[in-house]
Design a protein around this ligand. Structure first.
Ligand code: HPA
Length: 274
């Protein structure tokens, strides 16, 4: 039996909850998980052979709850490539959520803002991504049971879901930027020259996660949407960078972020998307 199936079996010994939507909470945004009316939760460390996050600001558990009636699994904490895991390990939680039953994946993260006019505390709706500075999570033997060898990535971020998130933000009076997210490996923050390069290439925000997860989800036929919290201006565009500042900003705007996620899920349900 492969590792993914082993993890799945070990999860199913803990809960038979069948989520329709999966949410990944990024740096500093994990507080949302604590406010959910959790039906049950499972620590990553309780799952056989599951990669466990070591990043600061990242807890490690799946929380199962109904969000506005929608059965939801929330990942409080993710694993990152810079922690030393392989890309296949990094996306294992995404694949596990697919096996649990999710049809939609809502990705969140903290990122450095590159787009002109951005400021710390803004939110950006992910419209597309640049993932080619990190290895693909699909390298290696293809998991035919999940998806095809050469999956299309023309429309990673679901148009209908994006529209609903944008409408929700407008209704809630939340200013929502839009743009392209670039994933670099980290763990060091970028140099100003790298940020100039990324800007030239069309990136609006930069971070160390998310794009690989979106690829794994699309490979497995899961619809994907995502919102980034601009926790700081990218290197060379503001002050010096620190993970404390990243978490501080994400904490500060956490409440607004929670509103946006919760109301977006409500909008997905009202529109019959879920
Ligand atoms: N760069 C990379 N990752 C990040 C940043 C950044 O500026 N801010 C939050 N995560």
């Amino acid at each position: 039996m492969n590792r993914l199936n082993k993890c799945y079996e070990s999860l199913r010994k803990k809960t038979d909850f069948t989520p329709k939507i999966g949410i990944v909470l990024g740096s500093g945004l994990g507080g949302y998980g604590d406010k959910l009316n959790a039906e049950t939760s499972v620590l990553y460390s309780e799952l056989e052979d599951f990669p466990v996050s070591t990043a600061p600001g990242h807890m490690g558990r799946f929380i199962f709850a109904h969000v506005d009636g929608v059965p939801t699994v929330v990942m409080q904490g993710r694993v990152h490539y810079y922690e030393g895991y392989s890309m296949q390990e990094v996306v294992m939680p995404i694949r596990l959520m697919k096996l649990m039953g999710i049809e939609i994946l809502f990705l969140t993260n903290a990122s450095g803002g590159i787009q002109d006019g951005m400021k710390a505390g803004d939110f950006m709706l992910l419209e597309d991504q640049i993932s080619c500075f990190a290895p693909s999570p699909l390298i290696g033997e293809n998991l035919d049971g999940l998806g095809v060898r050469f999956p299309d990535m023309s429309k990673i971020y679901d148009e209908e879901l994006r529209k609903l998130i944008a409408e929700t933000a407008a209704k809630d009076g939340i200013d929502l930027k839009r743009g392209v997210y670039a994933q670099l490996t980290g763990p060091q923050f970028e140099s100003p020259a790298e940020i100039r390069m990324l800007k030239t290439m069309g990136a609006d925000a930069v971070g160390m996660s998310t794009a690989c997860e979106a690829i794994a989800a699309r490979h497995a036929g899961v619809r994907v949407c995502g919102v980034s919290c601009i926790s700081n201006l990218a290197a060379g565009l503001g002050g010096l960078l620190s993970s404390e500042d990243v978490n501080e900003t994400a904490d500060r705007v956490g409440g607004t972020f929670e509103t946006l996620v919760k109301d977006s899920i409500k909008a997905f349900a009202a529109a019959g998307e879920i």
